[in-house]
Structures are given as C-alpha cells and as structure tokens.
Design a protein around this ligand. Structure first.
Ligand code: 6YU
Length: 532
C-alpha cells in the first residue's frame, strides 16, 4: 500500500523551540527612555538581517544595519540567467527539516515548492552528499558505467563517515581529512583489480575535488580531522527556492522600518572600549567609522562580516586590537573558495533524466600532486555539474562547482576565456569535437569580492571548534570585569555545528540578538504573544 505523504505544516516546530527563546512575539514597545540601546549591525547578509529582524521583533527601536555593498543578502545572491533565476551563492537548504530555521522560515513565508514540504522528504538522511546517481564522463570522451564505481563510491563515503566519527581523543590534532582518506586508499588499493586501479584513482581524485567544494577549501589536507565530525548535518532532502534564495532575505527584512538598512556604507573600523559623547549627552562605548567619513555611535555593534574580511583586515578593523584568543581564532580557522560556473546551452548534450554530471580526468590520482600550471590545468579541479531544473523555466543550464586555488585563478581570467576553456572541456568529455559552445556564461568570483574574500569557513588543521567559539565570544569578555557588552560577533563562521551554511548564519544572528534581548529586561515591553 502506498503511504500518502503529509504536508509539512503538521510538523512545524514553533520558532521558540529552535532558538531557545520565548517564541515569536508581537511586541508593542513602551518608550524606553534615554537608555534605549543603539545597536549597529555590520553587514546585511542573512546573519545581519536575522539579528535586526529579531531585535526589532523584540521592540528594539534604535537599530541600524550598515552594509558595504549596494545590496542585502551577502553570499545569498540570486540573478537572472538563461530563461530564469539562478543562485550565485547559496543554492540549497541543507537539511530541510523541523530543526532548520531557514526551512522553517521559508515554509512559513510560503517560499518553497509543495515537494520540498513533504514530510517524507524531511526525514531522508543524505549525509551532505547528493543522493542522485551522477552520469560519470571521462576525459577520453567515454561514459563510465555507474556500476563500475558503485563499490568505490560506497567505500569512500564509509571512510568519510569514519572521519566524522573520530573525536579529539582518538586522533592527532595535526591530522587532516585528506591524509586520512589517502591512508585508506593506500591500504585498500592493494586489493583492487589492477585493471581498474587507474580508473578508481582518477575517480577518487574527482570525489576529493567535490569534497573540496563541500568544505570550501583548496585541499582536504587543510581540513582538520579531529573536528570534522562537529559539523552537524540535519536530516532532509536538500531543496531550493523557486523564486530565488534572496526571496527569504527580502521577506525577513520586510518588517524593518524604512531606513534601518543603510547600503553602500562600508565600515572602516570600530572603536570600542571608549567614551564617545553623543548629541543627546549619552556616553557611548562604541564608535563605528565608515569609509566615506561618516561615523555612528553605539551601545553595541554586532559584527557579521565574513571571516575572509576579518582575516585581511582585523588589525585595522578594531581599535583597540582584539584580544589574542580572538586573533588566533581568526588566523587559525579556514576560509576558502568555492565558485560556480553557469553555462547555458542551446540544446542539452545530456540525456533527459540526467541530474548530475561528474567528470573524471584520466591519469589523475589522489596519491600524486596535481600539476601546478593553473592557466592550463585550472579546469581539472571542476568537481561536478548540476543540471538546473526545470529546463522549461530555466533553459538548458549546467552549474559547475570548482574550489581552491584553481577556482581563485578562474576568477582572474575573462568570461570569454572561461567560455572557451569550457567549450574545449565539454568537447573532450563528450568526445564530440563539434559540440556547440555554451550560448551564455555567468560565474561567481567570491574570492575577489572585497567585502567577502572567499566562500565559507571550515575548521582548518591547527584549529578546532574552540576557535569557532572564541570567534563567537562577545567583547569585553566576562573575565574583564563587569563592563557591558560592546562588540558581538555573528555570521556563519561563528556557529560551531553549522558553520558554512545559511542556517548556521541565521542561527548566529538570532543567538546574538538573544544575547542583547537578555540584557534588556522584557518588563520594559507590553508583550502580546501569538504564532507567526
Ligand atoms: C547553504 C548552500 N552554497 C555556495 C557558494 C557560497 C556560499 N553557502 P554574508 O557574507 O552573507 O554577509 C556579510 C555581509 O557583510 C556582506 O553583505 C558583506 O558585503 C558585508 N560586509 C563585509 N565587510 C563589510 C564592511 N566593512 N562594512 C559593512 N559591511 C560589510 N549555504 O546553506 N546552502 O547551498 C550554500 C554556497 C558559492 C559563496 C554557499 C551555502 C554558504 C552561505 O551562503 C553562507 O554561509 C551565508 O550566506 C553567510 O551569511 P552571513 O550573513 O554569515 O555572511 C563536513 C562538512 C563540511 C562543512 N560544509 C558543508 C557544506 C555547506 C556549504 N554549502 C555549500 C554549497 C552551496 C552551493
């Protein structure tokens, strides 16, 4: 008997459960008087908007979000391409299920397709990897029979799971996920069929390239083994936003009063631990200086700029300079690059049921160093192509993923050069020298974005989850007497279990908003409670 899937609203958790707060509130604020805190939020990505939205919901009236660029959303960015919308940054809700606040909000705002809301889809555990079987193409222009790589794929995912299950008690703090996997390959390959060995190694190289995209790193040798399992995958079949990921940010910011978000207002530095006299005779501990010369005084600043920006600018960004454990965390944690190359074709060269195309470079191996000649070899790092759906709405579009130095090199060449390289690439992989070139191209360049500097964070060799917690810790720290909170830190890189994701970023924004809400007692407000 076929079971009928129930729709999601039956299993929605109240947001209160998700963020450990007393629930979505409709707040009628009473006048707060001269100590109504001024809160500046630096950055209007999802974490900054989530902070502002929650503070606003709890009656905070003096909130400003200062955003360097001309748009909100940060690494959530939807653009038109082909016949429809594509994502330049975040694409999926990873783990769309009741404990994922991005999924919760998107469902409540009505932004998801009916399929994404199916309860059965929320229970599927994909362990962070695409459940579909890819079409595997080799650089000699042949299709590889999926059955030939099933065993090796299963083995590889088993090794990754083993890596996730290690704890700091049973692993060397200097060990990397890359070394762990290579060790497994060396040990198992003794038993592999000699005729298939070369193909297996080339295929495994491709899987590691894909892992670099997942972790946003140049090499899995940079990803710390001991902390690998701290990243937590929520259940649920990853889903997308039919009207674009940005529709979520737009909905979240819509209740904010006009003028709360100030665009093109790049912050140059933040002076804290000071005494700055405001026009209202109130003395503020924080002064935020912008690149255009304007400055803002505040009781609290919530810093949500990406780790990539902090890595480049931390010494000039904070005056006085941050405490040593914070500087160490910023230095130790990893922040790499994962880019997308979107290609529109007039006609598909793939079969109608294809959802993923996985390239395998013959001769490649995880056991040898790849050639460094980036100009001629960058495209060998391309890990996978997702066939965007539905073609009736989008056209025939492939979205390729590429991580690391090769990805950063790709950012430095022109669209025409990338398009020409991709034409040669697909002619090689299809074995068709006449294959028509893509009709249009759009690629991300996250590393070169001055206010982003890469894609997302990871726990690098030499760091641990403790660095993530240190990065999240507000200033001044508790140890430094009983001074009020001045600088708070949010953003994806500050969430120990969910870094690198939109839900991690959102949770971090709510976390820091809650920290401030707890500082300003709720009796100041007349609160009426109802479900969103
Ligand atoms: C997800 C996904 N996803 C692909 C690609 C990218 C990312 N992510 P923001 O940067 O958004 O905001 C900060 C703002 O600050 C920004 O607007 C700046 O302009 C501003 N700013 C900076 N300096 C300033 C200054 N001086 N003054 C004022 N303003 C300033 N996440 O959930 N699903 O499919 C993907 C993907 C190509 C680049 C992604 C995905 C990551 C998210 O996009 C990202 O975490 C959040 O948007 C960040 O929000 P924020 O507010 O913190 O910063 C095992 C294990 C491994 C762990 N990894 C698992 C994989 C997870 C990543 N998934 C990747 C896959 C894709 C395709």
């Amino acid at each position: 008997m076929q079971s009928r899937a129930r729709l999601l609203p039956l299993v929605l958790l109240p947001l209160a459960v998700l963020c450990g707060t007393p629930g979505p509130l409709s707040v009628k604020p009473e006048p707060m008087g001269p100590r109504d805190p001024v809160v500046l939020i630096i950055g209007a990505g999802i974490s900054g908007i989530a902070t502002a939205e929650k503070l606003h919901r709890h009656g905070f009236q003096n909130i400003r979000v200062l955003e360097a660029t001309g748009r909100t959303g940060g690494r959530i960015r939807t653009e038109t391409f082909g016949k429809g919308l594509v994502e330049i940054g975040a694409q999926w809700i990873h783990g769309p299920s009741p404990h994922n606040p991005v999924f919760q909000l998107a469902s409540q705002f009505g932004l998801l397709s009916p399929d994404a809301l199916l309860e059965e889809n929320q229970k599927i555990n994909i362990h962070g990897h695409p459940p579909e079987i890819p079409v595997v193409l080799s650089s000699s222009g042949k299709k590889i029979n999926p059955e030939n790589v099933t065993t090796i794929t299963e083995l590889y995912y088993k090794w990754l799971e083993q890596a996730s299950n290690l704890t700091s008690r049973d692993c060397d703090p200097e060990a990397s996920v890359g070394h762990f996997i290579r060790h497994k390959i060396v040990n198992s390959s003794q038993e592999w069929n000699k005729e298939l060995l070369e193909m297996y190694l080339a295929y495994l190289r491709g899987l590691l390239n894909l892992e670099c995209c997942v972790s946003g790193t140049h090499s899995m040798d940079h990803v710390a083994l001991c902390s690998y399992g701290e990243y937590t995958m929520l259940p649920g079949l990853d889903c997308t936003f039919p009207k674009g990921y940005e529709s979520l940010v737009n909905q979240m910011k819509s209740p904010l009063p006009h003028g709360t978000v100030i665009l093109k207002k790049a912050v140059k530095n933040i002076h804290w631990d000071g005494s700055f006299l405001g026009d209202n005779s109130h003395v503020y501990p924080v002064k935020v200086q912008c690149e255009d010369g304007e400055s803002f005084l505040a009781d609290h600043a919530v810093v949500t700029v990406p780790l990539g920006v902090l890595k480049k600018q931390v010494l000039e960004f904070f005056k006085p300079v941050l405490p040593p454990n914070k500087l160490q965390a910023i230095k130790n944690l990893g922040f790499g690059t994962n880019n997308k190359i979107l290609l529109e074709f007039e006609k598909p060269f793939w079969d109608p049921n294809t959802t993923l195309i996985q390239p395998v470079w013959e001769g490649g191996s995880p056991l040898t160093e790849a050639k460094k000649d980036l100009r001629h070899n960058w495209m060998k790092k391309l890990a996978i192509f997702v066939v965007l759906e539905p073609p009736e709405q989008l056209g025939y579009v492939l979205c390729g993923f590429i991580a690391g130095e090769e990805s950063e090199f790709m950012e430095t060449i022109t669209d025409e050069e990338v398009l020409s390289a991709m034409t040669d690439y697909f002619r090689t992989f299809t074995g068709n020298p006449e294959l028509p070139p893509p009709i249009s191209i759009l690629r991300s360049q996250w590393h070169s974005q001055p206010y982003i500097g890469g894609s997302y964070s990871y726990v690098a060799v030499g760091s641990s989850g403790i660095d993530v917690d240190n990065l999240a810790e507000p200033l001044p720290t508790d140890k430094e007497a009983l001074k009020p909170l001045q600088i708070l830190f949010a953003g994806e890189a500050t969430e120990r279990k969910f870094y690198s994701t939109t839900h991690g970023a959102l949770m971090s924004g709510w976390r820091e908003a809650q920290r401030l809400i707890d500082r300003y007692p709720v009796q100041r407000f007349t609160v009426s409670r109802h479900k969103l």
